[in-house]
Design a protein around this ligand. Sequence first.
Ligand code: BDR
Ligand code: CA
Length: 346
Amino acid sequence: MSLGTEGPQVVASPTFFPAPAVPRSAPVGTAARPLPLIIDSDPGLDDALAIGLAIARPELELLAVTTVGGNADVRHCTENALRLLHAFGRADVPVAEGAEGPLTGAVVRATAIHGEGGIGRSVLPPSPASPRPEGAVALIARILRETTEPVVIAPIGPLTNIALLLRLHPGLAERIAHLSIMGGSIGEGNVTISAEFNIYADPEAADIVFRSGIPITMMGLDVTHQATLDAAAAARLRATGTASGAIATELVEFALDRVGQWYGGTTTAIHDAVAVAHLAIDDLVGVARYNVRVDATDGLGRGRTVCEGLARRMQRHGLEPNADVGIRVERERFEDVLVDAFGRLP
Ligand code: BDR
Ligand code: CA
């Protein structure tokens, strides 16, 4: 059976009362003053493209990649991070392994999409580098302490490591300039009708993070499902002629195969790259201010990001906005950004 290609289409609107677009609050790097960035990730097909993008963009200075169990077991994610960085010419970027599973509750994986090892069928050469023995949370804490300016973190997997960091080192929250998170949804989820994968995989951690008071941008499914690539885009990535472009092509083609088999889909959302692209390009993603709370109860809404954007209701319930939430992205430009990035990599 193929869903989505036959019969009447339902176009879901994320909200009856869309919050108005506003100027972004996330910092943006420049080539002259690149943003110091840590990526916390569970690579992951789209994570891989996000990491490549971060390396390629001169507006970003990638300080570390920390890993978390999510799309695959954390040992696979760590190995993938090492190999991807090596393939993309940056084996010098430190990698440290973090949490295998959530703060509480069952471990959730997305191997049905990303493959058992997390990066489809791709087999990348081993990196000469090894993971840092201190582990993800200690590495992030050390970087936050030692970096002269506040650091931006892009959590593009479950939020377990970031919650642990905040619990273990609450004083370091002020050293985090911004969290550009891929996760959540104003509207529909992708694991359940309520919940997006990264939040569903550890709602308690997400709750801690969204309550932290740290400036947050949430790139949820409402915007990342606009950031899609298709077979023609995969061909453009291959046509860059770089080895990194060939890797990106393989990953995108694997994802396209999966969505094709599942529901006859012909495009795949490169969710995680949106959270990274926003930090390098000022006007690619449009955002609105929302109050975001996480449903960490055990009911049907577990893992839902409850996004309130209506000023009148916020006032009535004493809520303040706590996040920029991505609402739109120019798809063609997003594709160009990725093709350009993978053309710059080795
Ligand atoms: C998110 O879940 C993962 O499968 C992807 O890597 C992305 O971070 C999308 O829901
Ligand atoms: Ca991810």
